[in-house]
Write a protein that binds this ligand. Structure first.
Ligand code: KIV
Ligand code: ZN
Length: 571
């Protein structure tokens, strides 16, 4: 900012007893999409007929019942598109198209001509009303602006009466309303209502744009409530708002304006539009949805809508754009991941949505839960555990989560990039499942010895195959006895990984070695649960032996070399 440039604060609105702060939005507004007009005029390359039609169809599918389709007096392309819609029968019965025009006679005539044959149409006329436009842009007095506007409205009325087959709706925008003196906005709006001959049955839409967002959203709300209170024939008017996003608060401005009495909102998908854009209707609608208000717009497959939007506008959507960005349902931080995992587990289908860090159920937007948790060097055990469970069905005991997340963390730090579910699975496999050295498990056979469980275990140690025997209370006990190593199993968990006939079992064993501090985990997967357990035990043993010094390892392995009779190796 140049140090010489000075700015002034927007003056407060005199609105004693303002009511909007205490109001709650309980029903959706009427929505108007101006994607094909305000949005389109702001593109590097405005949409051609084909892209406009594609966008129009999508807007109808989303549920928009009022769509501003262009500025037909501005160019032949714009005019022809309106004709294509009407003549091609593309406008659904319950959809009303709108078009914009300036209040100048030739433009109005061309506009009404463009709409010939429409079942219902909104003629949207605008004049700029703020002092800066009156004084510097047009050199007009207030009265001149009123005259021009009223003449335009009268002409529209006259031309419309010449095409009685169409149900006509008038919309008037005092352009730059948010920077216009409120008394003047009221004066010109009241004049328009009279000139149109509006009644409660045939209302005028008075659209109050924040053509440029110049103040905090509460100021806009005050302006809207002021109009709501002061318009002469409020019962014959629909108050509409059209916030732009220059200060980044268009959504807030629209929400507060609805609390202040607005009944209709104009904007664009994902906030497209001049400069910083029009208000984002997707965010606005989904904000309502998260407050339990059905917005009447459907975003059940928001990704498909986003891709069509990008194809039509050639504009990308930011990865952190509310509700739709690629990253908005993703947590990287460990504490967030942990909270999401717990919240998701506690969420019951019949209850109101109440998951930490997620204001909306991604499934409502057709988004999967797959990317909820992503792991980088900031992530904790919760995220790692979540990904392993979601991608492979592996549920790790808590202490194992702590142990394993350390390994994932090291990987993330080494690579400096995100660790995917696939990476985590590879690491889990290498760390816990494929630990075959120094004791390589080959096979085992169970047998009964009286009331006890016996096992014959074949392993390879140092290149030599050994067959060991042991008995115990159960298979694991018996294997430990066969090994002849002072191992104690501290916890044991098993679960099925898949459903159905090809179901495989995962066993996780936590074990301690006498004289060695701490415990170690091992895991095994097999179609047979006992085999899975034996594999888990062997993997855990190998991990344990990797932790001890060479001398100690030799000592323990020597026990395996003692071939003593099975009876001697009793747990
Ligand atoms: O932003 C604006 O004021 C407009 C008007 C033409 C409604 O787009
Ligand atoms: Zn606009």
């Amino acid at each position: 900012m140049s140090p010489a440039t000075r700015y002034r604060a927007f003056p407060p609105i005199d609105l004693p007893g303002r009511r909007w702060p205490a109001r709650v939005i309980t029903s959706p507004p009427a929505w108007l999409s101006t994607d094909l007009r305000d949005g389109n005029q702001a593109l590097f390359e405005p949409m051609g007929a084909e892209r406009k039609l594609r966008m129009f169809r999508m807007l109808c599918d989303i549920g928009f019942r009022e769509i501003e389709v262009g500025f037909p007096s501005a160019s032949k392309t714009e005019f022809d598109f309106v004709r294509t819609l009407i003549e091609g029968g593309h406008i659904p019965e319950d959809v009303t198209i709108g078009v914009l025009t300036q209040a100048r006679e030739p433009l109005i005539r061309r506009t009404i001509e463009a709409l010939r044959g429409a079942r219902r149409a909104i003629v949207h006329v605008y004049t700029a009303t703020s002092p800066v436009f009156r004084e510097f842009v047009f050199g007009m007095q207030r009265a001149d602006v009123v005259d021009m506007t009223v003449s335009g409205v009268r002409l529209i009325r006259e031309l419309c009466s010449g095409q009685p087959g169409t149900e006509w709706v008038l919309e008037y925008s005092p352009e730059t309303f948010s920077a216009t003196e409120l008394e003047f906005s009221r004066e010109i709006c009241d004049a328009v209502v009279d000139a149109w001959g509006a009644t409660p049955q045939r209302k005028v839409i008075l659209n109050l744009p924040a053509t440029v967002e110049v103040a905090t959203p509460n100021v806009y709300a005050d302006q809207v409530e002021w109009m709501d209170r002061h318009l002469a024939r409020r019962d014959s008017v629909i108050i509409s708002v059209h916030p732009h996003n220059d200060r980044g608060t268009a959504v807030a401005a629209a929400e507060l304006a609805l609390m202040a009495g607005a009944e209709r909102v104009e904007g664009c998908l994902f906030g497209n539009g001049e400069r910083t854009g029009n208000v984002d209707l997707v965010t606005l609608a989904l904000n309502l949805r998260t407050q339990g208000v059905d917005p009447g717009l459907r975003f059940a497959d928001i990704n498909a809508i986003a891709r069509t939007y990008e194809a039509c506008t050639q504009l990308p959507i930011h990865p952190r754009h509310p509700y739709v960005g690629d990253l908005v349902f993703t947590a990287f931080s460990g504490s967030h991941q942990d909270a999401i995992r717990k919240g998701m587990a506690a969420q019951r289908p019949a209850d109101c949505w109440n998951v930490p860090y997620l204001p909306i159920d991604p499934a409502d937007l057709g988004r999967t839960y797959d990317s909820l948790v992503r792991v980088n060097s900031q992530s904790g055990k919760g995220g790692v555990a979540y990904l392993l469970e979601m991608s492979r069905g592996v549920v790790m005991p808590r202490r194992m989560q702590v142990e394993f997340s350390g390994a994932v963390q090291r990987l993330a730090e080494t690579t400096g990039s995100e660790v995917t579910a696939e990476d985590i699975w590879r690491l889990f496999t290498a760390e816990y499942l494929e630990r075959t050295e120094p004791v390589h498990y080959i096979e085992h056979h169970l047998f009964e010895r009286g009331a006890r469980q016996g096992v014959r275990l074949t392993v390879v140690v140092g290149g030599t195959q050994r067959v060991l025997e042991g008995t115990g209370n159960g298979p694991i006990d018996a294997v430990i006895a066969a090994l002849g190593i002072p191992v104690e199993v501290q916890s044991y968990e098993e679960r099925s990984l898949n459903q159905g006939a090809d179901s495989r079992a995962l066993a996780i064993v936590e074990m301690a070695l006498q004289g060695v501090t701490g415990s170690t985990f091992g895991a095994g997967i097999d179609a047979n649960i006992v085999t899975a357990s034996v594999r888990a035990l062997m993997a855990g043993l190998n991990r344990m032996l990797a932790r001890v010094g060479a001398e100690e390892r030799r000592h323990f392995l020597a026990a395996l070399a003692v071939p003593g009779p099975a009876a001697e190796r009793v747990a």
